[in-house]
Each structure stands twice: as C-alpha cells, then as structure tokens.
Design a protein. Sequence first.
Length: 157
Amino acid sequence: MTPTRQTIFGADGNCMNACLATVLDIPLDAVPYPLNDDTAFLPDKLNVWLATMGLAYIEFPWGPMVLAPDTYCIATGPADRGFDHAVVCEIVKEGEGLTILWVHDPHPDDTFLHEIKMLGFFVPTGSPGQAARSLTRMPSTPGADVMVHPATSTSER
C-alpha cells in the first residue's frame, strides 16, 4: 500500500480517488476522475472501472455490522472543511473485538473524519480474464502512523 495524497481540493476534490490509489497501490492518475456528479459519489461508475480488475466496491452505512479483521476499507463522513471526505482505514482484531484504525488521510492536514457515515469495501468478483485480488491483509507502509479511531475525530476532502 502506497499512501497517495489528493491533488484536487474542495467539494469536488479527489480524496476518494487518492484512497482508491492507496488501497489498490496504483498511481493516482490511473483512477478515473470524477467519480461523482454534481451532488454525490457514484459507486456504479467506480464499479464499471473496478470490474476490469476483477473487483467491486460496496458501501454500508456506519452501524452494527459483521466485519472481517485485517481488512482495508474506505470510510467517508464529515470533515473539518465542511463537507464529506474519504480516508483509508483498517479493521483489526483488538482483544475479543474489532476496532477501526485510521491508516491514511489523503488530505495534507491528516485530520481524518469527525465521524464515519459509510464504510466501503472491495470484494473480488472473479470476472473472466481477471485475477481476483484480495485486499485483505496488505502489507503496511514502514513508518506510517496508524491511529485508533476515536468516537470523534477530524478530517476533510
């Protein structure tokens, strides 16, 4: 996993693209932009592109759910700058339970999110002609700071 910074800021920023590039370990310019219309993120547009890699992206509202440990995901929610933002997280086993760790904020201020509204996961589709890639337990970046997700925090797009 290579942490990638966003290059476009504001409500139409490319934080989601930077998170995708980070988790998929590809260059930022390899991710289609924009992945949204004037009002919202479009997972269908993303999934057309991911299908070429044998992957799909699904999102779930934040709340009680069954999570697999040692899995990277993308969390979205409000940030310091007044609009939703996307960051990379990892689900890890902690004692008898699971916790979500902040792994990478593509915005240079590294303030992450105030709260998580949605969690997005990559799932292998095994599409013909494409090797399904597992994004479970990817190697971490040496020296990267990983912070435990508190009940409230901060971030931006």
